[in-house]
Design a protein around this ligand. Structure first.
Ligand code: HEM
Length: 330
C-alpha cells in the first residue's frame, strides 16, 4: 500500500507537464497578491489586523466588536501605533490578503517539488524554483516587518525590490521550460544592452515611486482627515522627479521596442510581447496621471502598482526571449 503511494509521488515529481501547467498558476497568484496588497493599502485596511500572524490575537478574526475585549485598542497597540476602531470590512480584507499570502507560499512549495522533474536534464529549473520559494518566504517575512514597523519606508522599498526579483525568477523559469522557436539568427546583442538599461531605469523609477508612496503614507497617517484632493500639494521634489523620469522611460521604450519589432518583423510572438510592454507602460503612466491629477482615486493605487511590476516582469521576459533568439543555430 505504502509502496504504491511512494510510486505515485515519484510519478508526480517526474512529470514535467505538471510543472509547466502549474507555473502560470503561480505567476497569476503572485500578481493577484500584488494587486490585493495594493488594495489593502489604498482602502486603508492594512491595520485591520493590528498583530501578526494572528488577527486581534485570533486565528479566525472577529466579525463584530462584541467578540473583542473592551480594552482591545490599548491591548493591541504598539509604541507609535494607534489601533483604529474595529471595522470588520478592513479586518477581513487584511485577513483575505494574508490568506492569499499563505496560498502563494503553498503554491511555491508545490512548484519547487514539481521542479524535481527537471533534476536530471536541467538543474537550473530546480535552482530557480528553489530561489522563487526562498524569495516568497523572505518577502512574507519582510511583509510581516512592514506591519510590525508600522509601514517603515525602507522596509516597503525592500519588499518591492524582492517582489521584482521574484517575478524575474518566474520569468526565467517560464522560458527555461517553454521552448520558443526561431527560424533564423537575429541581431539582438545591442537590443539586449538597451533593455538592460531600461530595466535599470524601471527599477530606479519603482524605488522613486515607493518614496512617493511613503510620503502619501506619512500624509494619511499624520493627517487622516485630509481630503485626497490636497495630497498632491503635500508631495515634495521626489514626486516631480518620478513624474518627469517617465518621459525618459517612454522615449527609451518607444525607441528600443520599435527597433526590436523591426528586427523581429517575421516573429509574431516577439511582436506581441513588444506591444503588450508598450500598452502596460501606457497603463502605468495613465494610472499615475489619474492618481496625481484626479484626486488619488483609491482604485488607481493598486492598478499603478500592479502595472509597474507587470512592466518590469514583461521587459525581463523579453530579455530572456532575446537571449534564446541569439542561441539559435541554423
Ligand atoms: C514608468 C512609469 C512609472 C512607474 C514604473 C511607476 C511606478 C510606481 C511605483 C512602483 C509606485 C509605488 C506604488 C506603491 O507602493 O503602491 C509609484 C507611486 C506613485 N506614482 Fe508612479 N510610476 C510611473 C509613472 C508615474 C507618473 C507618470 C505619475 C504621475 C504623473 C506617477 C505618480 C505616482 C504617484 C502619485 C505615486 C504614489 C501612489 C500611491 O501612494 O499609491 N507615477 N509609482
Amino acid at each position: 500500500m505504502l509502496g504504491k503511494e511512494v510510486v505515485k509521488v515519484e510519478d508526480i515529481m517526474m512529470d514535467k507537464n505538471r510543472f509547466k501547467k502549474f507555473l502560470p498558476i503561480v505567476i497569476i497568484t503572485v500578481f493577484t497578491l500584488i494587486f490585493i496588497g495594493g488594495m489593502v493599502r489604498s482602502t486603508g485596511a492594512g491595520m485591520g489586523c493590528p498583530d501578526w500572524p494572528t488577527c486581534f490575537g485570533k486565528v479566525i478574526p472577529p466579525t463584530s466588536v462584541d467578540q473583542l475585549p473592551d480594552d482591545y485598542r490599548t491591548r493591541f497597540s504598539k509604541p507609535g501605533r494607534i489601533v483604529a476602531v474595529f471595522n470588520p470590512v478592513h479586518t477581513w480584507t487584511e485577513y483575505f490578503n494574508r490568506m492569499a499570502g499563505v496560498w502563494t507560499g503553498i503554491a511555491s512549495i508545490i512548484l519547487f517539488v514539481l521542479s524535481f522533474a527537471y533534476k536530471k536534464d536541467n538543474k537550473k529549473v530546480v535552482w530557480l524554483a528553489g530561489l522563487s520559494l526562498f524569495l516568497v518566504v523572505l518577502n512574507g517575512g519582510v511583509g510581516a516587518m512592514v506591519v510590525r514597523s508600522h509601514l517603515h519606508p525602507n522596509v516597503i522599498t525592500v519588499h518591492m525590490l524582492l517582489t521584482i526579483f521574484l517575478t524575474f525568477a518566474l520569468a526565467q523559469l517560464k522560458y527555461e521550460t517553454k521552448p520558443i522557436s526561431f527560424e533564423r539568427n537575429y541581431n539582438v546583442d545591442k537590443y539586449k544592452d538597451y533593455l538592460w538599461v531600461l530595466v535599470t531605469f524601471l527599477v530606479i523609477q519603482v524605488v522613486l515611486g515607493t518614496q512617493v508612496r511613503e510620503q502619501i503614507d506619512v500624509i494619511t497617517n499624520t493627517e487622516p482627515n485630509l481630503a485626497r484632493t490636497n495630497w498632491l500639494e503635500r508631495l515634495d521634489m521626489i514626486f516631480y522627479i518620478h513624474r518627469s523620469f517617465s518621459i525618459l522611460i517612454l522615449l527609451g521604450f518607444s525607441y528600443t521596442l520599435r527597433r526590436i519589432m523591426q528586427e523581429f518583423q517575421d516573429h509574431a510572438f516577439v511582436q506581441r510581447k513588444c506591444i503588450s510592454i508598450m500598452l502596460t507602460l501606457i497603463g502605468v503612466v495613465a494610472a499615475g496621471v489619474i492618481l496625481a491629477y484626479l484626486a488619488f482615486p483609491a482604485v488607481a493605487q493598486p492598478i499603478h502598482l500592479l502595472f509597474a511590476i507587470l512592466l518590469t516582469y514583461f521587459i525581463y521576459e523579453l530579455i530572456v526571449i532575446l537571449k534564446k533568439a541569439k542561441q539559435v543555430s541554423v
